[in-house]
Write a protein that binds this ligand. Sequence first.
Ligand code: SAH
Ligand code: SF4
Length: 440
Amino acid sequence: MSQPDTTEHSSYHIRTFGCQMNVHDSEHIAGVLESHGYHKATDIDSADVIIFNTCCVRQSAEDRVWGNLGAVRKGGSRVLAVCGCMAQRHGLGIIERSGGVDLVFGMEALGRLGDLIETARSAPVCDLGVVEEAAIDGLPAVRSSRAQAWVPISHGCDNNCSYCVVPRVRGPERSRSEQDVLEEIGRLAADGVLEVILLGQNVNSYGRDLGAAHSFAKLLEKIAQIDGIKRVKFETSHPGDLSDEVLDVMATCPPVCEYLHLPVQSGSDRILSLMNRRYDRDFYMQTAQRARDKVDGLTLTTDIIVGFPTETEEDFLSTLDLVERVGFDAAYMFIYSHRQGTAAASMRGEVSRQVIGGRFARLADLQARLTAASLARVTGERAEVLIEGPSRRGGLVSGRTRGHRVVLMEHPGPSMPLVEVHIDSAGKHSLRGTILREYD
Ligand code: SAH
Ligand code: SF4
């Protein structure tokens, strides 16, 4: 007997993998689909169109997508689509390898998605668009939060870190025009958004392609003046491009939050040079100190890669030493992943899995201690928290401080999302707090 068709026609389900930029791109995918009359399906099994917005920064991210694609039930006129970084990287190869994928599209082709889906119902299609189109920001979006919004200020990356596939899949850096960014944030503010998080692979180089009159510091200052915007955060900063002007704006413009994500990647000069990061450990430590000196109460977070080709015990000890000295408030730690087509992929000196595993555990232990100390430091204080939504722990809501620390609280009821909170206690990764009052 054949299975009953439970597909809700014109419904969609999006699964997002990877970074914040992908999460935001998915808001545009939903916006475009809804403008074509689609509605969000109750679950993946009932969706007429299933879209996987993918990541390929590490092999593990790709493996997760291949595994999840294989598990999708096909049937009827259901369309299974793949977009995002794996689409850019493998193109048609995804349709050939997966067997079940009907459509592969690039973000630059998002404006055509409605037509592409109809075509894919009869035969597989691949349309990656042209990187220079950069039209995505002007397309409709369904925002997941009422009070907070992500706003890309640039796309792509002009750096050439030897391990990284991002410039290959996201293209060269293209800054959005200042007017576009300011107008978008003005509209968001009018719509009730209180916090914007500016996105770019390297926000600090914003405007380099727009001319000498433009810089990230100038943009940040203008954004901070937009009526209704209470908090501005940004990710990600490249240590080589973090100017004093940006730190001054952070220190002097109240809406700009005391939060800096400044990936270090390694504490060894030799590895940093092989990574082509354009700075050494002394420069990084001075930059971190400069940021802390200028910006009171700064939360400083980082990314670290363990097991880059040829990494020795001595190199790794330099990383541990830097992490301890800088005392990061939090860190994202990654095991080096071999990415074909990158400069590091042809480097010899692979570090064994066993050695990497041991190093990763030692680094994670150290960072756990530093994170716990950082959270303990703010316990007993009052903090401004923007409530983001229900937490995974039953009955509580989750929000973030200006320093981007997660706070769990009792539900405040239907009210303003920006609250003053007493920090009661610290867990391993988050804080517990009690709401004292709402801000007007
Ligand atoms: N543009 C940002 C984000 C890049 S991707 C930046 O420069 O910080 C996010 C993080 O993934 C990087 O900071 C790096 O730590 C990690 N990463 C990138 N490529 C990797 C690889 N091949 N193996 C392991 N980690 C990687
Ligand atoms: Fe990748 Fe380096 Fe660009 Fe970040 S700055 S996206 S790590 S190439």
